[in-house]
Write a protein that binds this ligand. Structure first.
Ligand SMILES: CC(C)(COP(=O)(O)OP(=O)(O)OC[C@H]1O[C@@H](n2cnc3c(N)ncnc32)[C@H](O)[C@@H]1OP(=O)(O)O)[C@@H](O)C(=O)NCCC(=O)NCCS
Length: 233
């Protein structure tokens, strides 16, 4: 019987192998073992129980408890399935002092050419207002600029989400203006748009230790070396 050399899943799907350490924070790829701890954080709440004023464009946390876990798992699995060099969401679990607190993510469309990422993030309520959101965004944007060669990072938040604006401003994003955006099932509200460029980036106060950037770059089609891209069928 032929035996294959054992291959780590992170070698096949590099987002699993990304690990960014920054002071008390670790940002790392979301594996199946992380899904239920993240659901638990979401179940305890990310915001006031008022879907109409949710800070999230689509409030997945408002699903009845019996659906929240399977919806979130489907989302996580779907992102992996749909991750290609042309269109991707890199979602990283955030740990603070070893405790799972939330997610920091970035979406790239035609990134190898456009070099732009839009960011989104969430933290459980217990972790909010302590500077964690700022630190994780600064660490993630530094990773995007230094390791992936991002030339622009954008963010958008509803006009009643000053915590998100402040995090953007403390990371070096500039306010561009507002645009109309869908909110919840029926309403439309203005969103404030932000843009960061490498020259405006505010780096975190701790050095970054990064693992797994090189295989990710290859997967995203950023390194010319052969093999391992997300486009292989
Ligand atoms: C948005 C979020 C990621 C920010 O993370 P955080 O850890 O709470 O943010 P920080 O503690 O790093 O910084 C928050 C800043 O907003 C400020 N802030 C918070 N509420 C505010 C308010 N009502 N008015 C004015 N400023 C406010 C804080 O004072 C702080 O700024 P400062 O350091 O200058 O004082 C987090 O609150 C969250 O997950 N919220 C729910 C989900 C969400 O809104 N996601 C973003 C969708 S666009």
């Amino acid at each position: 019987m032929t035996r294959h050399a054992s291959l780590d899943l992170a070698e096949v799907y590099p987002p699993f192998g990304v690990r960014i350490t920054c002071g008390p924070l670790v940002l790392r790829g979301i594996t199946d073992d992380d899904i239920m701890p993240l659901v638990e954080v979401a179940r305890r709440g990310l915001h006031d129980a008022d879907e109409e004023h949710s800070p999230l464009s689509f409030d997945w946390t408002a699903a009845p408890p019996q659906y929240l876990a399977i919806n979130y798992a489907r989302w996580a699995w779907g992102q992996r399935y749909q991750f290609t060099a042309k269109s991707w969401i890199l979602a990283l679990l955030v740990e603070h002092d070893g405790e799972v607190v939330g997610v920091q993510e970035g979406r790239g469309e035609q990134f190898a050419r456009v070099r732009s990422v839009s960011t989104g993030s969430w933290l459980g309520r217990a972790a909010q207002g302590k500077g964690i959101g700022t630190l994780m965004r600064q660490a993630f944007c530094t990773f995007l600029v230094d390791e992936l060669g991002a030339l622009e990072v954008t963010s958008a938040a509803f006009t009643d989400n000053p915590a998100s604006w402040r995090v953007s401003e403390k990371t070096g994003y500039r306010r561009l203006g507002t645009h109309r955006a869908a909110r919840g099932r029926e309403s439309v509200t203005d969103q404030v748009m932000y843009q960061l460029t490498p020259d405006t980036l505010v780096r975190p106060p701790h050095p970054l230790q990064v693992e797994g950037a090189e295989p990710l770059r290859r997967f995203l089609g950023l390194d010319s070396s052969a093999g391992g891209t997300a486009e292989q069928g």
